[in-house]
Design a protein around this ligand. Sequence first.
Ligand code: SAM
Length: 248
Amino acid sequence: MEKKLTHFGNAVIPEEEKVSRVREVFDTVAGKYDLMNDLMSLGIHRIWKRLVAADTGLRPGDSAIDVAGGTADIALLMAARTGEHGRVVVYDINKEMLRTGRAKCVDMGRLRGLEFVCGNAEEIAFPDNTFHCATVGFGIRNVTHLDRAFAEMRRVVKPGGKVICLEFSHPASAVISKLYDIYSFKVIPEVGELVTGNRAAYVYLPESIRKFPPQEELKKIMETAGLFKVSYYNLFNGIAAVHIGYKV
Ligand code: SAM
């Protein structure tokens, strides 16, 4: 039987290899991941994550899961909303990212209401209808089957709950797109190598962004996964986009 293939950045690899290749990337960069985000985006990723947290509409006592939650940035923002009686799960396939995120929360004295769970977005280890909201920030691009991950996020959200995806996307303007290409393919790998010692991880990053479905296509994938009223808005001309869908 022929092997199913998928993208890993520009490389085409057998589907079953993608999880381990992605894990390798985040194993090596986990300790410097937050610093790299600040350097690459000049801190703008923090504003984008705040927008997502505001979009959740979470209230004190609510529950949420941040899928591919990494070092817990979005989870911390959601936990600030759900408060001491709320519950926010940071769910990620990579133990090093979770360890780094948990240590950060301990340092901040912000562990209350947060849980760290290791697992694959394509098989979320929680029962149906558990959370008021599910988010995924800059994570869905790394998952092998986006449709399965969205279907799982939909499954674990309560009826009426939201699924929110923040992801790099495709700029609308050709000029911005050109400038962004130069920055992504020339500057990011250099900075990545300097800070993390892993150039390959920061070559993979822009490549994986370019391979990711554009805004309208992602909207359709979310709709096919069973989400309703899916809408999106662009950030910085479409360098990133926030998609929001509902479970009915
Ligand atoms: N959400 C965090 C943020 O916005 O800073 C981390 C994003 S980081 C670019 C991508 C994360 O996705 C990594 O922590 C990685 O381990 C996780 N990831 C990749 N594939 C995954 C999968 N199949 N299931 C769960 N997490 C996954």
